[in-house]
Design a protein around this ligand. Structure first.
Ligand code: MSP
Length: 629
């Protein structure tokens, strides 16, 4: 499995580190499952963006890259990333593979020389179309693209339209999550333009074989890393290609689900099994950017709150795949309650009680089937955990684990071990303590991929050596046996922290509503006229803000199994995370129109009081697609 390779024009922020941290969880999960795992990350060092950044720093691009690469490597060490290899696009083996790849495309008749006339966005390292610009600027980078006119080699991407569409159809999970797939399929169906794959106006890149005045388009170079890093052709390539997963952010899905597969089809190499695009982190609903001064640095979060608290926040907050808004205050809340109280305090109580009542020896009471059945059921979490990991739904994994921890906390309160001790009910006390330690053992084993340091600290404290997933079942023979002594007498896993909130600067959020100004009722219409409006229930499956609009949000809604996009002006009142999962009411037969560059296929219903929209939702659960009348 792979992460994208990172541009080295800047050091990583939370958004860029997120893909790698998520990939690390997946790699750890597979290693613990006993799968042969090769986890690849690296850096994307060629191209115009780098040439410009190095120029500004007054350095040769390679020297500039060398310096930033060290910072990446250090950050991955600090964040405990367990990658098996780190590829650089300046590695000789990578450069050679790119030339080989280009030659393969040429041999397949897919490369021709022509003239490129168009626009290029350096931020995206991509050719852009006039129609996709907003006020003449790239919607992602807010900068005008540069006009380019130069001789260029082209890749016959157009030739692969049908092959790609049939690949998507035959491999329904190839583009994941499902709600991101349709947009790609629609765009491919609209037709594919051939792709300009070389530049003569920049120098910092891999020369085209046989025509060194041209350097390779940086994305052709970058995407090839996934195979060059395996030392093609050779045993690693044989063992690990095709990749099971390319994990990426949503902004680069087109390159991974269209251009890369087309290159592989042309080179007659197998396609990766899955491309999964996660959502974006914003800060207070704004794009993270140096200009806005709101960039969150992962090392700063680690230093302030600890690595595992930071990771727990990133992956517990919302379902992986969706957009998310970063809030340091929420991070601190979660650290103090879910980590320090629910987990840390529980572990310490269990350890302390084991020493107090049993001198650190785990009581292993005889098994009594009736007494145990409810516990066996309570801790039979393996299949839910494995399902959630396989779907990359890390928040669901954590929900299952925290469900068990909360049950254990309640079990202490309900059974009151201190009373059992006073009343000398030794058999009951033994059973309660065993239940708690056994439950904790199971939870800690499953926690390892996401919070390895915390899980290891718990397993070490309990002196548990068998840590494989297969052992995480109730009374597993590899678990506690007679006379097992735990190691620690007390353990503090998380210190509580305080967060001092800066006063909110956005006057529109959470302000009390002013009394509505009620507009006069519109002129009468007939039943027939009204019946032409097709109102339907719709379920929001994804919500994304626009980096440059405070008001608008792009919703993907499901209407009876069909997905459609609606752009709505509710971003100031509703965060994307709060919208996902809601059932709303939409006008389903409204003529689509373009809003903020996106085709909006319908309108949602909201009560509007002094410009503040309040969503209308059904008062009981209803499926999506039902008529409203
Ligand atoms: N170099 C290309 C990838 C080439 S892969 C063959 C690139 N690099 S990047 O450094 O700009 O981005 C790396 C990753 O960070 C991407 O997955 C991108 O989606 C992710 N993110 C960048 N900003 C992000 C957020 N604000 N939130 C979440 N992920 C974001 O693209």
């Amino acid at each position: 499995m792979t992460t994208p390779i990172y541009y080295v024009n800047d050091v990583p922020h939370v958004g860029t580190a997120y893909t790698t941290i998520a990939a690390d969880i997946i790699a750890r999960y597979h290693r613990l499952s006993g799968d042969d795992t090769f986890f690849l990350t690296g850096t994307d060092e060629h191209g115009q963006k780098m040439e410009v950044a190095a120029g500004k720093a007054g350095k040769e691009p390679k020297r500039f890259a060398d310096e930033v690469v060290e910072k990446y490597k250090q950050l991955w060490l600090d964040l405990g990333i367990s990658n098996d290899h780190f590829v650089r696009t300046t590695d000789t083996s990578h450069v050679e593979f790119c030339k080989f790849m280009f030659t393969r495309l040429q041999e397949n008749g897919d490369i021709y020389k022509g003239q490129y006339t168009g626009l290029y966005c350096v931020g995206c390292e991509a050719f852009v179309k006039e129609v996709d610009l907003e006020d003449g600027k790239c919607p992602n980078h807010k900068t005008p693209p540069q006009p380019v006119q130069e001789e260029s080699y082209f890749f016959k991407l157009s030739r692969y339209q049908d092959a790609l569409l049939s690949h998507y159809e035959q491999h329904p999970d190839f583009i994941s999550p499902g709600f991101r797939k349709q947009e790609i399929v629609n765009r491919v169906k609209e037709g594919l333009n051939d792709l300009s794959v070389s530049r003569t106006s920049i120098k910092w890149g891999i020369p085209i074989p046989g025509d060194p005045a041209h350097v390779m388009y940086v994305w052709i170079d970058a995407l090839s890393n996934y195979i060059s890093a395996l030392g093609y052709p050779g045993p690693k390539y044989e063992q690990f290609w095709p990749a099971d997963l390319h994990l990426i952010g949503k902004d680069i899905l087109w390159f991974h689900s269209v251009i890369w597969p087309a290159m592989l089809l042309s080179a007659k190499l197998p396609l990766p099994k899955k491309v999964f695009a996660h959502g974006f982190w914003t800060v207070d609903q704004n794009k993270m950017s140096k200009a806005l001064g709101n960039v969150v640095r992962p090392s700063e979060m680690k230093d302030k709150y600890g690595l595992d608290a930071f990771k727990y926040y990133l992956f517990s907050k919302a379902q992986f795949g969706y957009d998310n808004d970063f809030s340091e205050k929420e991070l601190v809340d979660v650290l103090n309650t879910e980590l320090a109280d629910d987990l840390g305090n529980l572990v310490n109580r269990i350890v302390v009680l084991t020493w107090k009542y049993f001198n650190g020896i785990v009581p292993v009471p005889p098994s009594s089937p009736e007494q145990e059945q409810p516990l066996v059921d309570r801790f039979s979490i393996a299949s839910a955990i494995h399902d959630a990991f396989k779907q990359l739904d890390f928040s669901a994994v954590l929900k299952v684990l925290w469900g068990a921890l909360r049950w254990m906390n309640k079990h202490i309160t309900d059974t009151k071990p201190w009373d059992l001790s006073k009343q000398q009910k030794t058999a009951e006390l033994e059973f309660v303590l065993f239940t708690l330690i056994e439950g904790l053992r199971i939870v800690a084993i499953f926690l390892q991929p996401i919070l390895p340091a915390t899980a290891t600290a718990i397993l070490d404290a309990l002196a548990i050596t068998n840590r494989g997933f297969a052992h995480a079942t109730w009374r597993n023979p590899a678990g506690f046996v007679k006379d097992h002594q735990i190691k620690e007498r007390s353990i503090i896993l998380f210190e509580k922290k305080e967060f001092k909130q800066a006063p909110s600067t956005d006057p529109t959020v959470n302000q009390p509503m002013t009394p509505p100004s009620i507009e006069p009722v519109k002129p009468e219409i007939t039943y027939d006229e009204f019946s032409r409006v097709d109102l339907r229930t719709a379920k929001i499956v994804n919500a994304e803000t626009f980096p440059d609009s405070k008001k608008l949000v792009k919703l993907t809604v499901d209407v009876a199994g069909k997905s459609r996009t609606i752009v709505a002006g509710i971003a100031q009142q509703y965060s994307p995370a709060s919208l996902v999962g809601k059932t709303i009411i939409i006008v389903a037969n409204l003529k689509p129109r373009k809003l903020h560059g996106v085709m909006s296929e319908g309108m949602l219903l909201a009560a509007v009081s002094n410009d503040v929209p309040v969503l209308l939702v059904p008062d009981k659960d209803v499926d999506s697609g039902f008529p409203v009348g």
